[in-house]
Design a protein around this ligand. Structure first.
Ligand SMILES: C[S@@+](CC[C@H](N)C(=O)[O-])C[C@H]1O[C@@H](n2cnc3c(N)ncnc32)[C@H](O)[C@@H]1O
Length: 307
């Protein structure tokens, strides 16, 4: 089995710098993965600081816990970050200094063929980050009707040829492996853009399987319940759908990005962006870690509640 250590943390220095405003505060790493960010956070925390590390992937959680070792300032929690308030002890609600989201899948998950995330490795059509996920990629590919499948490919994969690809998949049923799915896409999209379309279709199906958009929305809303005033959310996104939701939420507190105003026309938002400019990896980071190339980081701070 590949080791979790091979996931290289993205925007490590920048994210941790923005996240920690109080070295003795309580923090959440909502996407523990290979514990790359968590280890750095723990290095920066003082003796009274505490870090909750969450992952829905049992294997990731186990490996990350081993990696962090015996640190009493760290607690690993297995579960979906869409249910943050049920994972983090009630007594800390409203008391959290910072929450980090490093969305998506880890290099480890992608490189394990049997997880079915990668179109570069032959494996079963799975793509579930947690064995608790409702549907697998196999069900999406083989059981969804035409309209549902087309919509997944179009909306979550942002693939223009969604109609033709959905039809081709349905014609080829049953599809068993990642190679079957890749070949279905390749038979529709010819030329130099084929691989991009394959990547988009795989992305769309992965988002559907893990309900990534719904869960992201829930998590951002719930983060506001957990944070103390001045507490921060640091979010690293890897595709435009994620980034759009984060951007709108940080701007307005809702996913439409519509700023509400009070009677006098003053904006009412529960949250404020800390970095006006989006933060992206440097050229050197991208050279060192090509997987970081699409990363976009945004930071926001919870504002005092207006009573
Ligand atoms: C990009 S990796 C994080 C890598 C980590 N920051 C590091 O540098 O080692 C994302 C991790 O988040 C987990 N994850 C994704 N969505 C999740 C969710 N809804 N709930 C809990 N964990 C999730 C994945 O299983 C994966 O291990």
């Amino acid at each position: 089995m590949t080791d979790f250590i091979e996931h290289i943390p993205v925007l490590l220095q920048e994210s941790v710098e923005y996240l920690i405003t109080d070295s003795n505060g309580i923090y959440i790493d909502a996407t523990l993965g290979g514990a790359g960010h968590s280890q750095k956070i723990l290095q920066q925390l003082g003796p009274k600081g505490h870090l909750y590390g969450i992952d829905q992937d049992h294997e990731a959680l186990r490996a990350a816990t081993d990696r962090v070792g015996n640190d009493t300032r760290f607690t690993a929690l297995e579960g979906n970050f869409g249910y943050l308030p049920t994972l983090v002890p009630q007594e800390y609600h409203g008391n959290i200094s910072g929450i980090l989201f490093d969305f998506g899948v880890s290099t480890h998950q992608i490189k394990e063929p049997e997880r079915g995330f990668s179109f570069q490795h032959e494996g079963p059509l799975d793509m579930r980050m947690s064995s608790m996920s409702g549907v697998s990629a196999n069900q999406v590919v083989n059981e969804y009707d035409y309209k549902k499948l087309r919509d997944v490919i179009f909306h979550y994969g942002e693939e223009r040829l969604s109609r033709q690809i959905a039809k081709e998949i349905i014609n080829r049923r049953p599809l068993e492996t990642t190679s079957d799915l890749r070949e279905a896409v390749e038979s529709v999209v010819k030329g130099q853009h084929t691989i991009k379309s394959v990547a988009r279709v795989f992305q769309g199906i992965r988002i559907e399987v893990n309900r990534e958009m719904d869960v992201l929305k829930l998590a951002l809303k719930e983060s506001l319940e957990l944070l103390k005033t001045g507490g921060r959310i640091v979010a690293i996104s890897y595709h435009s759908l994620e980034d759009r939701l984060v951007k709108n939420f940080f701007k307005s507190g809702n996913f439409e990005g519509k700023i509400e105003k009070d009677f006098y026309g003053n904006p009412i938002t529960p949250i404020e962006q800390v970095n006006k400019q989006i933060i992206t990896p440097t050229k050197e980071e991208i050279e060192r870690n090509p997987a970081s190339r699409s990363a976009k980081m945004r930071v926001a701070e919870k504002l005092e509640e207006v009573k």
